[in-house]
Design a protein around this ligand. Sequence first.
Ligand code: BGC
Length: 493
Amino acid sequence: MPEDDLVSRAMTHASPQGQATSPATPTTGHAIVVGVLAALAGLMFGLDTGVIAGALRFIGTDFDASPRMQEWIVSSMMAAAAVGSLIAGTISFRFGRRRALLGSSILFLLGSLISALAPSVTVLIIGRIFLGFAVGIAAFTAPLYISEVSAVAQRGSMIACYQLMMTGGIFLSYVTDGVLANGAHWRWMLGLMTVPATVFLIGCLFLPDSPRWLMMRGEKLRARTVMRYLRPSPQQADQEISDIATELTRGRSEGFSFFRNNANFRRSVGLGIVLQIMQQLTGINVLMYYAPKVFQAADFGASAAGWATALIGLINLVATCVAIVTVDRWGRRPLLLLSCAIMTGSMLLAGGLVEYGGHDTTAQIAMVGSLLVFVLGFAIGAGPLVWTLCAEIQPLRGRDFGIVCSTFTNWATNWAVSNTFLSVLDTLGEAHTFWLFAGMNALFIAITLFYVPETKGVSLENIESHLLAGWPLRDLGARSMPQDAKISTRPSA
Ligand code: BGC
């Protein structure tokens, strides 16, 4: 179906590096409002990621849940998000992006209600599964929808707005957790999520269908009406509609058959998968979900642990802003290397402090400091850049397939880490767990040095032609084939 190809092209635009195929056009306020409403999906994603951190210890006490059971409470959402991300492409293609977002907002609302009112751990896990499906579907559909309704000139910042909403959501949930921690009000922490979920649901009711999706379905008249609503002049709207029509004639995406037949495509899919595995093995979500536990294990009181966690959310938010403005100036490789080096150093230090640092206030401050530096390191590089690279390295013909593979891997590894962290902590002890993550971050440095290309300022078409000509992964963004480089695989069509 040519439709698949459009999805791929839209994902192309979803990357900050996305190459414009039509001249930049100013957008109307309508397109911005619509984009921001859809970006509320990012806020929900972040809120549900973060809220469990503060709620978990009270849930554990109330239900007398073992560490193993607590791992399931946290990680059931990630497992469902992995499944949700696999089916999100089909849902948003068959029923449309608007309905997929609407469906996810209903799941967000139901999931928040069920988990806040849960009479038992099993019901709580069911609520978390609802939330996981919602996150998996929304995390795929929202950036896609935003990229399809925004004008070229605003596309990058609208996608960035989505990422900011996500880290903003994590931060906000840490703050509400901090405020509600005093009375151990975990049901309120989870229940408050129904407020933004309702706002998101109402927002979704007002979203128009994506004009690109309507064109894929052959509904040109409706597509034009929506586009005229979103663009400042009918001429611009009509021009974009005819651009989309031209794109639709360019042939289809092949997905799995391309993967089976083309060794070079398998290399880019493999790199996307490895990058997402490494992103999760940095240990970021150990902090995102279990930070208060980590702080309490380091002798922090309940309230101090809550506020130290909120600080983590704030650093994550601010450093993501820094990454968004520097990535196109500094390039991907230097930022990623710096990010991994900072994470390795801070995890080494955190382990050292636990093992040899004592329990006085200075040691505690140093501990919070090292974990804050870790989050800063993650947010300036590995956090946003892995997503950027995963979209940039896939050739157009297989972009949606490649992105689904790497997104699924992100959630599956996220699930594996969050499902085993407390057991690992129990077995290895806190210091060795930190050192294990330090080792993983050092490995990430090696992988970046040997395999990650510099894609700054390189057109997606060039990256694609170098990949399909068999250039080594690290050189995909080079201007010319390096003298000493070996062609990795035979060029194949
Ligand atoms: C990761 C998430 C993580 C988030 C924290 C994202 O890039 O994929 O797993 O929770 O960053 O900001």
